[in-house]
Design a protein around this ligand. Structure first.
Ligand code: NAP
Length: 271
């Protein structure tokens, strides 16, 4: 990649972005299409999210992705929100248009696109979401819109209660009781299973062949939860497919071009 005086900048805001796969996907896509664009790691220390967002505007970034733990915190620093992001209360994509920073969310559509790719239709099925952070918000709203019956559980109960208030017909289950819920679909929206928690599973209950388990984690690709699901004969879906789908949607939003999804996916092969 060559950086020129005309290079258009986008990047990833998060507490820890060192190992992010988004850098590979977006820079691979820019390269494949011969675009003079670059996607940069933008690590942000606790307490500096406001400065980081103002920096995007000051430095004429076209946009950014937002990851843990800033998807909710970033909102108060933006000028506008899309209707979907406002409804979810979480932003994973910022677009800088005419000096204004617009918050959007491509996680929800990315999640649903990957479920569809696995022939999973959540309509009428019971779904249990583990977690109540930014990703859980997107998943909860997407599943609710698609007609799933929702159960939410989170280590910090008050966050699950707050999320449930924004999604109709949702029941909250205590974190300590989560293993007793018999759901058709279980979605892990916590980082339990990655980084310093590799080998740990957030699911303490039984699983069976009639269930679908989605782990949003993509490093490692096969988490302890997915192994547990496979061993029980359940359909086990990792986070890589959603990662590609949400990235493709962000790419389209920033560049107004059709995303080279196959190229983006190929950058993640042989990891
Ligand atoms: P976040 O906003 O920081 O939320 C993290 C959630 O996990 C919170 O509900 C938190 O509970 C819970 N949590 C954290 N540590 C925990 C622990 N040790 N035990 C139990 N619960 C714990 O993060 P996020 O952006 O939603 O991301 C969550 C996960 O989804 C990450 O693994 C991320 O990589 C993944 N993700 C994947 C994709 C994809 O495309 N595949 C997209 C988005 C996110 P508290 O409220 O108690 O703190």
């Amino acid at each position: 990649m060559t950086i020129t005086g005309h290079t258009q900048l986008v990047g990833l805001i998060g507490a820890s972005v060192t190992y992010s796969l988004s850098l590979r996907m977006h820079n691979g896509a820019f390269h494949a299409l011969g675009m003079d664009w670059a996607y940069l790691p933008l690590p942000v220390r606790a307490g500096n999210i406001g400065d980081a967002v103002r920096g995007l505007r000051a430095l004429s970034f076209v946009g950014a992705n937002v990851t843990m733990p800033y998807k909710e915190q970033v909102i108060e620093h933006l000028d506008e929100m899309t209707e979907a992001a406002a409804r979810m209360g979480a932003v994973n994509t910022i677009h800088h248009v005419g000096g204004r920073l617009i918050g959007d969310n491509t996680d929800a559509d990315g999640f649903m696109a990957d479920l569809a790719a696995h022939d999973v239709d959540p309509a009428g099925r019971m779904a249990l979401i583990l977690g109540a952070g930014g990703a859980a918000r997107a998943v909860a709203h997407a599943l609710h819109q698609r007609g799933a019956r929702l159960r939410l559980t989170n280590r910090t109960r008050s966050r699950a209660d707050a999320l449930a208030k924004t999604v109709g017909g949702t029941k909250v289950v205590d974190w300590t009781d989560r293993g007793t819920v018999r759901a058709d679909l279980i979605v892990n929206c916590t980082p339990v299973g990655m980084l310093n928690r590799i080998g740990e599973s957030p699911w303490p209950g039984p699983l069976g062949p009639d269930q679908t388990v989605v782990d949003l984690i993509y490093t490692p690709q096969k988490t302890a939860l997915l192994k547990q699901a496979q061993d029980a004969g359940a359909l086990a879906i990792g986070g890589l497919g959603m990662l590609v789908q949400q990235a493709a949607l962000s790419f389209a939003r920033w560049t107004d071009r059709s995303p080279p999804t196959a190229v983006m996916r190929a950058t993640l092969e042989n990891l």
